[in-house]
Design a protein around this ligand. Structure first.
Ligand code: 5AD
Ligand code: SF4
Length: 449
């Protein structure tokens, strides 16, 4: 969501005549788009601002510094106190005010934080970082109240965007050369509950699937409590919807899930994973997991390990719990000591890396359609691309441009990427579903025990 907001701010600045530079020394405007979901994201801002101040001082009034995003929403007064040289502060609800605030800042600091978004900010221009991929926001805000999460406090109540507007935006993007979209919402499955006729997310997927020229549809993220059969059926029926689901579990113990106010149990969650796997046999499942939520015992944590092993995630984003202001859990008095969290975290990572490796090794020998993302960061003589299951593949280069389709045969696997060689197949046509060999849970893989 933040990346997309950055693209929209860049788009608004370009519409005002600004051009992008990679050198801060040349910039007339520097925007820090901030995130405060976890503590470490939060702490980096002031160091970065201090660094930028030194550059600004050399520029004798020719540079303006903007702080936007969640941290600005949370910390407006603090930013003013700790970094009085910041020219513009704007929150999450008024992105569209950036050009106006910049022009007001010629007269002195311009700070504007609103409490709520009034209408869905649909019509903002965007400067996409990729010519072939676009983020498409379908809803903003969140009506849930997970006790660890600061998002509802800084992003406000959920507002859905009208289906017709989403479809029109995607059609326009496709006309502009986009072949893959990622639909964004804090909880995509509650999409439409606030709109007339209460359109469903599954229906939206089916409408977007009809758009000629669009190749891949991704979305992030569904909330397990709202993730139902109609979405799974739409995923299975819609050939453009990719075989990947990101289903954040957060914890494996019912006691912890209850204190997190996640509104599902371990059993219900695993049933949903099983439902997707049954409908889409080669689907990749990824998740978010928090370790060390207040009151988490060793037994609770073991249940997280058990769920991780049973769900057999292709990848997991693992986080150490950090108390956030304006959240219920920050006031719980049974915070887990840092050393205990770290030790559990290391165990979880070791388990998940083994499972990711095993999941990836199942692809060895298969041919996969990838969209080229550019020169491989691992080896500049190679290209990298992503499969429909969102796996990164590094493969030998034929000079293909970004956004091109290639078919690669997978020759190697590590836990966080695949290696492959180009095959003769072009454009991944027809879009065949893979049948991967099964690795039974807990049996280990071929190369390590
Ligand atoms: N501490 C640690 N991780 C958190 N997340 C959200 N809030 C916190 C927190 N206070 C994680 C969740 C969420 C992901 C985006 O960030 O796992 O799904
Ligand atoms: Fe945060 Fe929960 Fe909303 Fe996700 S569903 S944004 S974790 S409150």
């Amino acid at each position: 969501m933040n990346e997309h907001d950055s693209e929209r701010m860049a788009g608004m600045l370009e519409a005002e005549g600004y051009v992008k530079t990679t050198a801060a020394e040349e910039a007339s405007v520097v925007v820090f788009n901030t995130c405060c979901i976890r503590e470490n994201a939060d702490q980096r801002l002031y160091g970065n601002l201090g660094h930028m101040k030194r550059i600004k001082d050399l520029r004798e009034g020719e540079m303006r510094i903007v702080v936007a995003g969640c941290l600005a929403q949370k910390d407006k007064d603090l930013i003013q106190q700790r970094a009085p040289y910041v020219d513009v502060v704007l929150g999450t609800h008024n992105l569209a005010s950036l050009p106006r605030l910049l022009s007001e800042s010629h007269e002195g600091p311009a700070f504007e934080i609103l409490e709520q978004t009034e209408v869905f900010p649909s019509a903002l221009p965007a400067r996409r970082t990729s010519p072939w991929h676009a983020w498409v926001s379908i809803s903003i805000g969140c009506n849930n109240s997970c006790t660890f999460c600061i998002v509802p406090a800084v992003r406000g109540r959920e507002i859905s965007r009208r289906t017709g507007e989403i479809v029109a935006e995607v059609e326009q993007l496709v006309d502009d050369g986009v072949i893959e979209v990622t639909l964004l919402g804090q909880n995509v499955n509650s999409y439409g509950r606030d709109l007339d006729g209460r359109p469903l997310f599954a229906k939206l997927l089916r409408e977007l699937d009809r758009i000629e020229g669009l190749e891949r549809i991704r979305f992030t993220s569904p909330h397990p409590k709202d993730f139902r059969a109609d979405t799974v059926e739409a995923m299975a029926d819609c050939s453009r919807v990719c075989e990947h689901i990101h289903l954040p579990v957060q914890a494996g113990s019912d006691r912890v899930l209850k204190r997190m106010k996640r509104a599902y149990t371990r059993r219900r969650y695993l049933e949903k994973v099983a439902m997707v796997r049954q409908a889409i046999p080669d689907v990749a499942v990824t998740t978010d997991i928090i370790v060390g939520f207040p009151g988490e015992t060793e037994d609770d944590f073991k249940e997280t390990l058990e769920v991780t092993a049973e769900a057999r995630y292709d990848a997991a984003y693992t986080f150490q719990y950090s108390p956030r202001p304006m959240t219920e859990a920050a006031d719980f008095d049974d915070q887990v000591p840092k050393a205990v969290v770290q030790e559990r975290f290391d165990r979880l990572i070791a388990l998940q890396q083994r499972i990711s490796l095993e999941q990836n090794q199942r692809h060895i020998g298969c041919s996969e359609e990838v969209i080229v993302e550019g020169v491989s960061k691992k080896d500049p003589s190679k290209l990298s691309g992503r499969t429909r299951t969102n796996k990164l593949v590094h493969f030998d280069s034929d000079g293909a441009r970004e956004g091109a389709f290639r078919t690669v045969r997978i020759t190697g696997a590590l836990h966080h990427y695949l290696e492959g060689v180009l095959t003769d197949g072009r454009n991944g046509e027809p879009r065949a579903r893979l049948t991967l060999p099964l690795v039974a849970s807990g049996t280990g893989c071929n190369t390590c025990s």
